[in-house]
Design a protein around this ligand. Structure first.
Ligand code: FE
Length: 241
């Protein structure tokens, strides 16, 4: 299955440890040439960013502008309840129901809402249908815009500078690194997400899946296939965070 591994550290614990790391780093004297030091382990989120988030959150809570429990509930919803399984159900429905597929492409928001998936970070959506001749790939070159209601929170690699730049400079090379080699006769289209517009790839239904139920089809649909870095196969493969 392609379910991402859940991070055992909760958000509050993460912010606390990141803040402590930032404080330690801030206490160290600057060393000339430190930027040339050999590569070492970096936290996923730079400690200064995490520290800033913690400081802003503390201020907002102190001023009574936000409620800590409400923030936790929102983050928990996107981390654990909303995820790529929503998108997989949409894809599977589109594969078995031509009328739904037509609606999904013509009016994605309404079609997605019809299955009960509607929330922010997905107000304006475009569904991109893959075919034997066209392969769509989604990126956010600026930051990490992503269709939250259908895919949950973006994986770490989606937010990386390497993916954000290489997906547009060398999409075929990027896809190869994901293990997806496309023929020269396949057109690769790269879509740059924005705060206003999010994209969901409708992957091709795999050959040999004619007898599968909608539920069984949904189980085959991976997160990466809905970003465009993979195809759907009859044997679902695991995906890294
Ligand atoms: Fe973005």
């Amino acid at each position: 299955m392609d379910e991402p591994t859940q991070n055992p550290v909760d958000r509050r614990g993460f912010l606390k440890s990141a803040a402590a790391t930032a404080a330690t780093l801030a206490a160290q004297p600057n060393v000339a040439g430190a930027q040339d030091a050999p590569a070492h382990d970096h936290p996923v989120v730079p400690p200064d960013v995490a520290l800033r988030v913690k400081a802003i959150e503390s201020l907002l809570v102190d001023k009574g502008l936000v409620d800590r429990a409400a923030l936790d509930a929102i983050v928990d919803a996107f981390e654990t309840r909303i995820g790529p399984r929503n998108g997989a159900r949409i894809v599977a429905r589109a594969w078995v129901d031509p009328a739904y597929k037509a609606q999904l492409i013509a009016d994605p928001r309404a079609a997605i809402a019809a299955l009960g998936f509607e929330s922010y970070q997905g107000e304006e959506m475009v569904v991109l249908e893959n075919s034997p001749k066209v392969h769509n790939l989604v990126v956010c070159t600026l930051c990490s815009c992503y269709p939250w209601p259908v895919l949950g929170l973006p994986p770490v690699w989606y937010k990386s500078a390497a993916y954000r730049s290489r997906a547009v400079i060398d999409p075929r090379g990027t896809l190869k690194e994901f293990g997806l080699e496309l023929g020269e006769d396949v057109e690769v289209r790269v879509w740059d997400s924005t705060a206003e517009m999010r994209y969901l790839v409708l992957p091709e239904r795999p050959h040999g899946s004619d007898d599968l139920s909608e539920e069984a089809l949904a189980a085959l649909v991976t997160r990466n296939s809905m970003i465009g870095t993979a195809k759907v196969s009859l044997t679902a493969a695991g995906e890294g965070e």
